[in-house]
Design a protein around this ligand. Sequence first.
Ligand code: ADP
Length: 239
Amino acid sequence: MIDMEERIMIENGTRLDGRRFDEVRPIKIEVGVLRNAVGSAYVEWGKNKVIAAAFGPREVHPRHQQSPIKAIVRCNYNMAAFSVPDRKRPGPDRRSSEISKVISDALTGQVFVERFPRTAVDVFVEVLEASAGTRCVALTASSLALADAGIPMRGLLVGCAAGKINGEVVLDLGKEEDNYGEADLPVGIEPMTGEISLMQMDGHFTREEFDKALGLITEASKGIHEMMIEALKRRYSEV
Ligand code: ADP
């Protein structure tokens, strides 16, 4: 068994992939990539490749899920069998159900659901390549797909994580950092208001480390938010 304490992931203040502590992996965003979806987005984030497709507001099936006072927002997160080095068993599992739920809940808080009673807003997320932090990438892509679909929302959600490696709080863990790190804190945040709609935690932070991690996420989310706005603008200046 690997001794986690001995895994050196920081050398001379630099991380394995050369990043600073407060640096996210490179991000590339494209909106409106799918012809048959109402809205869609493709996000590359480090070695993650994620596509999201949004539909609705539309009729709810199964009907018993419909609400007379608001729209329901559903997310289906799926990792392709070829998305990881060892083939992943296709189909839903506990992890994908959990991620689908936390993303649905986060998005529900942003969509003006009361405007569309008895309807459903659906987002399908396909993870084509996974390399740590896919729920954050999925949330970011979902939010963009909903915006592209013209679904009225309070704001765009950014998914971003911070973690702890070799005792240091760092932004956006890469795969190896995620495997051998001491903590991971994925967060969904609306950077204009600072409102947090998703927060999960693996491992352990002291209160001070937690505050530092959240500070790094809050700061980074502003830059990512700008990239999202730019991607939406590009999409709509093309047509
Ligand atoms: P997140 O992707 O949001 O960080 P996890 O912490 O559950 O969620 O997963 C971390 C990483 O582990 C994923 O991004 C992916 O690279 C890898 N992973 C997840 N599930 C599997 C699986 N079934 N097989 C192989 N690798 C997986």
